[in-house]
Design a protein around this ligand. Structure first.
Ligand code: SAM
Length: 347
């Protein structure tokens, strides 16, 4: 039993060892410069000797006007799980800027301290460090993403973190989206992203490879930034050009809502509830639409009663817990949205 658990932990740990590339960090961070002035930034799933997040913030410390940068790294008790695990104890590092003005990060400018435990972001000592931070920026372990976000919300932290787009609709995160406490970041809206992987990572899939510097990588689909930091593009509305017709936009069998298969086709003159694909979230502006709920396998169990009433939801034999159904055919998850009243008045 112990072995099985160890094996599972090892598998999970391996799955979590993806290293974010500098280009993706730079492309996203350039949208948020004003948020960082005078702030304490924490990267709490980052080995400072290897994390591009830590390197980015040390190199841009003065440009961003940061107050302090802290990075904590996680080391499993089983060091062998990690190819990079040359350090037996978890450490954290603090950087407070270029003290001698030589424009480089010198060893004596980075203070290295040991943690008592393994650096788990949920441990009491890491929570104490989290409390000191204003903004948390990292790519957390995918297997613990929901717990990770819940902790950031609990401690009322600003954050900019990497996750998978499917996490948006899970029952722990979707309510945050509806209430405007979390949204997608500015730079990644489609395609896949390259992540570095440890040297012993098996290159057994078409999505894996070795780059020109000999670094193993994997391409991952569905990657997005998740944040509660505002940026101007998020307020740009989607230009709508289609007129509503019942033929083109049929009603669901089990919801009082119409179906739209492509975000760009949302009709400009329909004021009821509209079901759109999850990729709508890449274009979502809170000034243009309200998110009412989602039509998915979780809806019947998770949506509040008054929301189900508003949606005029009636269980359908084909809906598997609340997926939208048209003429007896079940759809993929739909986000149920409604034009904001002020928007409706414009046209
Ligand atoms: C997806 S990787 C990203 C690493 C780094 N943040 C980056 O972007 O390059 C997630 C990291 O979280 C670490 N990790 C796994 N479980 C953790 C935990 N409970 N607490 C803190 N870090 C953890 C893993 O060791 C792994 O390095």
């Amino acid at each position: 039993m112990g072995d099985t658990t160890g094996l599972q932990a090892a598998k999970r740990a391996k799955k979590d060892e993806f290293y974010t590339q500098r280009v993706d960090i730079e492309n996203e961070l350039r949208h948020y410069k004003p948020h960082f002035k005078g702030k304490v930034v924490l990267c709490n799933c980052d080995d400072p000797r290897q994390s591009e997040f830590f390197k980015y913030f040390t190199e841009n410390f003065e440009k961003l006007g940061l107050k302090r940068l802290i990075a904590t790294c996680y080391k499993s008790q089983d060091v062998d799980l990690f190819s990079q695990g040359e350090c037996k104890r978890a450490v954290y590092q603090i950087y407070e800027g270029d003290k001698n003005g030589n424009m480089t990060v010198d060893d004596d400018e980075v203070s290295i301290r040991y943690l008592e435990g393994d650096g788990d972001f949920r441990s009491a000592e890491c929570i104490e460090i989290l409390k000191q931070a204003d903004i948390v920026v990292t790519n957390p372990p995918f297997s613990l993403f929901r717990e990770y976000v819940a902790q950031l919300i609990k401690y009322k932290k600003k954050f900019l973190i990497i996750g998978n787009v499917n996490s948006l609709i899970c029952k722990e995160i979707f309510p945050l989206v509806i209430h405007g406490d979390l949204w997608l970041g500015a730079s990644i809206h489609s395609g896949d992203r390259k992540f570095g992987v440890p040297d012993d990572y098996p290159l057994d899939a078409a999505s894996c490879g070795v780059d020109e510097n000999g670094q193993r990588f994997i391409r991952v689909k569905g990657v997005r930034w998740f944040t509660n930091l505002d940026y101007p593009q998020r307020h740009e509305t989607i230009p709508l050009y289609k007129k509503y017709t019942p033929e083109e936009f049929p009603r669901y069998d089990n919801y009082d809502a119409i179906n739209v298969d492509k975000t760009a086709d949302i009709p400009y003159d329909f004021n009821g509830i509209i079901g759109v694909p999850v990729t709508f979230m890449d274009k979502y502006s809170p000034e243009q639409f309200d998110i009412v709920w989602q039509a998915s396998g979780n809806t019947r169990a998770c949506a509040p009663k008054e929301v189900l009433q508003l949606l005029e939801y009636h269980a359908h034999p084909e809906d598997r817990g609340g997926c939208a159904v048209i003429n007896g055919k079940r759809m993929y998850t739909r986000i149920l949205i409604r034009r904001r009243k002020e928007e409706g008045k414009k046209s």
